[in-house]
Design a protein around this ligand. Sequence first.
Ligand SMILES: Nc1nc2c(ncn2[C@@H]2O[C@H](COP(=O)(O)OP(=O)(O)OP(=O)(O)O)[C@@H](O)[C@H]2O)c(=O)[nH]1
Ligand SMILES: [Mg+2]
Length: 654
Amino acid sequence: MTTSTLVDEFEHYSAWRDALFVRVEALRAWLAAQELDDGESDLRLGQLLGRLQEDTLNVAFVAEFSRGKSELINAIFFSDYRQRVLPSSAGRTTMCPTELYFDPRRRPSLRLLPIESKAQEGSIADFKRDPDAWTEFPLNLDSAEEMSGTLTRLADTQAVDAATAEAYGLINPLDEETARTLNRDGSIDIPRWRHALINFPHPLLKQGLVILDTPGLNAIGTEPELTLSMLPSAHAVLFLLAADTGVTKSDIEIWRHHIAPVHGASRARLAVLNKIDGLWDELKTDAQVEAEIAKQVAASATLLDLPASQVYPVSAQKALVAKVRHDEPLLAKSRLPELEVALSQELIPCKQALVGESAQAAVEDVVVRTTELLESRLATIQDQIDELEGLRGKNRDVIQHMMTKANEDKQQFERGLEQFNALRNVFAAQVDTLRRRLGMETLRETVKQTRLSMEKSRFSSGLRESMAQFFRQLNDNLDTAATTIQEIRSMMTAMYQKFSDEHGLAMVNPPDHSLGKYRKETARLERIFDERFNTLFSMMTVGQTQLTQRFFETLASKVVQVFEIANSETESWLKALIAPMETQVREHKIQLKRRLDSVSRIHTATETLDERIAELDTAMGTVSDQIEQLARINARIADALTDNLDGTRLAKTA
Ligand SMILES: Nc1nc2c(ncn2[C@@H]2O[C@H](COP(=O)(O)OP(=O)(O)OP(=O)(O)O)[C@@H](O)[C@H]2O)c(=O)[nH]1
Ligand SMILES: [Mg+2]
């Protein structure tokens, strides 16, 4: 198998993730076996395990047509198949966005969403939930030829009249470009499919790699979901230029509108100057060719406003040939290995840090909570032992006194509980306010109102105002929700303080919860809308109005997604807020009762005292063991988390 740094790094990453999974699973099993798995911990660990299992690494390839995206994907990921897996040829080839991944629950196949779906409501994400919307072709893995034959459907086109193309939002009749693309009979060739899903059991795809191949600007501009969702959610975006065309106007447009804004701290973005083999020239010295390549790299970097070191010159085609023929000098000359190193360095550590952080937060939360519980058990047992030890040889009067005292403590605690229950009502009311502001029903209503007001407005200024109003409403709701969250938190903090002061319960610092990242996400969507709108605004036609509405629908479904996450995180937070209190209260009640029982037992038979103390000693040993075991399991998870971050590799079997 041809090895490359990217493939290696990704395999190491998967091994790291698998090891982490196994150890977190061990924690969960241990908690269950020890009967320490309160619902909240089990839920958090279950979610974490689910995330680790479904974890994907998304890499998107974006460029104007014919820059060599499909060829580069073939060269980086599919050279083992010794031929082109994705079709790559001169002119427009890939006609629709194509996702490559592996889902073991489905057979290997190519699934295609017909272009007619553009006239229907629903985003690609919606259609993905509807298997009947897709045309499916099985992939015959035993025949490379048959397989690449099936995949040529990615290049299917069909001729339609201009009105149909406009209704799909694929052309703008006012555009000069459109006039030129019309056939002699007035028809126009459009893609046959809107989106493609390739389910393919490649080793890397099996480990969670998802590759997105895109067609040129025409498709990016007409499929809002690419801009809003698929590109921003990619962990790395590779932008391709070609040495034979140089940097064209539409290259720059794609870069400025679709890639440059999509840059976050945790996202890799690489510019690639492909087809440098066109500059190889046997009549020139190597140094002269080098200089020529460096010159083109520098020129491209200037136009993209990037340092030259961030533009990677390669020859995808020669790299593919070199890998297939095991021709090392040619592979070096293609300079693909350098790109692969850069890609893996930018991509994998970021991704690992992200996954590691979220795993660590969940595990720490569960471990801290469980340790606290065990420690409070330990303290109570110790108290009881002390109490009983003090009783040895005391007379009945003293024991009578102890019993009165235990009863008093119990009653005082019950009064405290009444207050706690009263507070829960206040808590419930505030949670209600919070859910109203953040809830999905409110959001759906806001979306509906915006849709209505957009339909009513005939002018672009009206459309814009509807959208501005939409975002104002969202922000207002998020602000109110944030204030309520702070109120709830300070109320709970006070309650914990009170229980800790009056009843000696462990002081818990309730977790914080911020809606900041959702504010940021809606702000980002608003910015994308603004930019998009400014581009469209200059050429508003009936078709464009429709396009704006379709754009809004995608935007709205994106906002719905954001709010869904915000809601589920908020719900988890609410649970995490109240759960320790409930556990502590339950635990304290049990301990008070035990104390009372034991005193009254002694009251009736002072001779059982030694037996009882021995019992408590055993219980003490059990709990201490549990604390130790938990610490060991936690340390193993911490090892799994940090091993690889330090650069040492984890064996797959670890
Ligand atoms: N000389 C040379 N040709 C290349 C290279 N990479 C790709 N090509 C050729 O360029 C043409 C376009 O390549 P594709 O991989 O289809 O390009 P694409 O970016 O996927 O294009 P669309 O699918 O149309 O968006 C094909 O004929 C490739 O063989 C390269 O490194 N050198
Ligand atoms: Mg292609």
